[in-house]
Design a protein around this ligand. Sequence first.
Ligand code: GN1
Ligand code: MG
Length: 370
Amino acid sequence: MAVYQEEQLREVSKQFQIYGEILHAETCKIGHINETYTATYDQGGTKVRYVHQKINRSVFHDPPAVMENIVRVTTHIRKRLVSQGEKEITRKALTVVPTRKGKPFYRDSAGEYWRTLVFVERTQTFEAVESPAQAYQAGFAFGQFQALVSDLKGERLHDTIPDFHNTRKRFNALQQAIAEDRINRAMQARSEIEFALKQEPLVDVLLNAFARGELPERITHNDTKFNNVMLDTGTGQAVCVVDLDTVMPGLALYDFGDMVRTTTSPTMEDERDLSKVQMQMPVYQELARGYLTAAGCFLTPAELALLAFSGKLITFTIGIRFLTDFLAGDTYFRVHRPNHNLDRCRTQFRLVESIAQQEEAMQAYVDHLS
Ligand code: GN1
Ligand code: MG
């Protein structure tokens, strides 16, 4: 880690209610948005780990609102787990560590927002699913998350990123990026652009159903990537879900859709060999079974009828977001190599095709389960 980062972290670490001295910290490379560090402290002779994160201000315009949502949600989940008699609560519900002034975030002299969480030990995350059993765990974990927050009382949560999964707005943004073609990349992405524009009939399906009052607004996670599920290193069972920045009012279908996107192909999100990208039915079936085991009791028939479609839609939506960012010059998603966003877009579009080919069977399976 760069020296300036280490000094910055040392400064940040002093602001939070952590009793002990920081020994060292590592950069966590997962995630395209925030800067994340795992820091080890000496606490009474024992090594204890915490997570420090700098919230990306160009993505999250109101970090205090993000933190207010997260504190409300994690506090509520903790209470529910306690009342259910659960053990290991600080592994199952994320713990926001307050600053010495009692706030959930620290604002540094440059205006950057930092937060600290208790590190969840003896867990691991995976970029791609290794077995149907892991997909079951992911489905169950996010379904349970939705169930746990379903009775959160009080004001509506903040929309931390308005219109986050609004495919019509994402589609319009793509059209604009194509029209502007700011850095002359449209040529390179001709076939992806053509594919994207052809899919326009998908764009309004969920938005229209919502507008007609057929789909309920719920509290949802909105970033249900498989690498946001912490799996116990011993048992392989899901312990908790992380990355709560986008927890806000939304549709349950978007959560399920993003699980389909990130679990059912054996490949990473940026796989270059497209022949390896495919929706695997046995993995999908376990994902759906896990999700419905936890969430089946509250989902409505209209939601259940659109589960398979939601996988196709969200995969398409994230695909056009990668494509838009590629055309705009990689300003949103962190990239690690040339054409990274274009590669990511290609895998998404290949997966859209694979889901489309199997969509009927995918829906038939969930119909039979529910
Ligand atoms: C971003 O935080 P991270 O990297 O898990 C993005 C998601 C995308 C995802 C694609 C706030 O998530 O919406 O699905 O990349 N998060 C935000 O990998 O835009
Ligand atoms: Mg995220």
